[in-house]
Ligand binder design. Structure first.
Ligand code: SAH
Ligand code: F3S
Length: 482
């Protein structure tokens, strides 16, 4: 028996020998938030150094990595289905393939993953990607490998990401990791650890590098970008212990935005996500001051009811949220605003739900991302509150929220009709090869006939028509804003 294993191992190491020198193939896919997509680019960069090139073809992959999401139960089920698919490919066509799980599910389930899913050889949490070379060496030797240690200071600021599935025009740059907010429904603080910010200098270097490579738009990413705070490294919650010098030279989010806008005045900047409790007037004023900071804020609120906001441990009231909205509208009248909303949080009454709808009526969001509450293991809500709203009620409330959002979305897109707006061309329109698609400053998709324009051009487009999510127009010339 031992001999057979030895022979199998020898066979495997022979294959490894043959595949050295950028010969090995990595298939990597991501689920969940933009941060996961950005992290996968960091992972691809780390593995590139180890001789892995990416492939889109599962059947030829030596290593399959799936970057996973735990935010709702459905997201986890999607990943489980993918693992079944990898298993089928491995059995039928690619017996030497190794499979690793990255990201939030890896962090949440830890070693349980190796027990529950026989296909999995490798489990790596969001702060442990630099350990991948060591972990893969273990896997190569036939052992399962795991590292789910969360870090105080890892930001991957020193890694230059390999851009995956890129249009060559827009890119993500991560600026903070983790979250300290502890919203009671949310698994992120458990899977991504405490909040820390990345060295602004390394952010600017990445932005400059992207510009030099032809990119025209950067989205600064974090669970909570507005609480960005650099004071030389370390956790956000330890800022109080910083020296006077560190405090005096600290960089906050408004300052970082300004640094970016000035470093590349012809590049567009976006950011996501803003937490209402952390968004300051400084940030709004900086957005107003620079043409190249897009006029769009993703401002999740989750509920319109003060009682539910409190149960969710959101650190603001409905009235404070309205004040923030009023300030945004006053300082940036053409700013688009979008929401995340949760229906059927424990104890939510019809009156609470009506508060959500009336809050939406007040704001009239441009877009929204809306979900039925999904209880997550280990969260405060799971431990303290019963998931007591029946699924059919959650769904009915969710449908009412979605219907109202569609109505407001259409109202908002109609406001653009007749205007001339600057669009950054990203790709061919999905519906028609004769049209370009790109976004205006407010993040709404605009399609228009291609003419002689090309991907990466800033084009002024006269908006002539719209649907609830897309603007339709005609190019009137290059934009001279930049
Ligand atoms: N600050 C984060 C929020 C992460 S979660 C960000 O960068 O986007 C994204 C959204 O998922 C949340 O705003 C919330 O609306 C939703 N969500 C989180 N946990 C949820 C749960 N348990 N059930 C349903 N929706 C949830
Ligand atoms: Fe989650 Fe709340 Fe942070 S939604 S990511 S705990 S701000």
């Amino acid at each position: 028996m031992e001999k057979i294993i030895d022979e199998k191992k020898q066979g495997e190491s022979l294959i490894l020998e043959q595949k050295k020198g950028n010969q090995r193939k990595l298939f990597i896919e991501s689920y969940g938030c933009q941060m996961n997509f950005s992290d996968s680019e960091i992972v691809a960069s780390i593995l590139n150094e180890q001789g892995y090139n990416t492939t889109q073809n599962l059947e030829e992959a030596d290593l399959v990595l799936v970057n996973t999401c735990s935010i709702r139960d459905k997201a986890e089920q999607t990943v489980r289905k993918r693992l079944e698919k990898y298993n089928a490919v491995k059995q039928e066509r690619n017996p030497n393939m190794k499979v690793g799980v990255l990201g939030c599910m890896a962090e949440r389930l830890k070693a349980k993953f190796l027990e529950e899913e026989k296909i999995v050889d490798l489990v790596v949490g969001p702060d442990a990607y630099k350990d991948l070379p060591n972990l893969l060496a273990e896997v190569d030797e036939g052992r399962d490998a795991i590292n789910v240690i969360l870090s105080k200071d890892e930001t991957y600021g020193d890694i230059s990401p390999v851009r995956l599935n890129s249009n060559g025009v827009t890119a993500f740059v991560s600026i903070t990791r983790g979250c300290d907010n502890m919203c009671t429904f949310c698994v992120v603080p458990f899977t991504r650890g405490r909040e820390r910010s990345r060295d602004p200098q390394s952010i600017i270097e990445e932005v400059n590098d992207l510009w030099n490579k032809g990119y025209k738009e950067v989205t600064l990413l974090g669970q909570n970008v507005d609480s960005f705070l650099w004071y030389g490294g370390g956790l956000k919650k330890d800022f109080d212990k910083a020296s006077d010098m560190q405090k005096a030279t600290a960089v906050n989010f408004a300052m970082l935005l300004e640094m970016c806008a000035k470093a590349q005045p012809k590049m567009r900047f976006r950011f996501s996500t803003s937490n209402p409790q952390d968004m300051t007037l400084d940030v709004i004023e900086t957005m107003a001051k620079y043409n190249n900071i897009c006029k769009y804020i993703h401002l999740p609120v989750q509920s319109g009811s003060n009682r539910i906001l409190k149960e969710m441990n959101r650190q603001h009231t409905r009235e404070e949220y309205f004040e923030l909205i009023d300030n945004i509208r006053r300082i940036i009248p053409d700013c688009a605003i979008s929401q995340d909303m949760i229906s059927g949080f424990p104890t939510e009454t019809e009156a609470d739900h009506q508060d959500t709808l009336s809050l939406m009526e007040y704001v009239k969001y441009d877009f929204g991302f809306m979900f039925a509450y999904s209880e997550r293991p280990g969260t405060l809500a799971e431990r303290k509150l019963e998931d007591d709203i029946p699924l059919d009620i959650k769904k009915r409330r969710l449908n009412e929220i979605i219907a109202l959002q569609q109505k407001h979305g259409l109202m908002r897109t109609q406001e653009h009709v007749g205007k001339i707006e600057e669009v950054l061309v990203e790709k061919a329109s999905k519906r028609s090869d004769a049209h370009w698609a790109g976004r205006n400053s407010q993040n709404t998709m605009v399609v228009f006939p291609k003419g002689n324009y090309k991907v990466g051009d800033f084009v002024n487009v006269k908006i002539t028509d719209c649907t609830s999510a897309t603007l339709i127009g005609e190019a009137v010339g290059y934009s001279d804003n930049y």
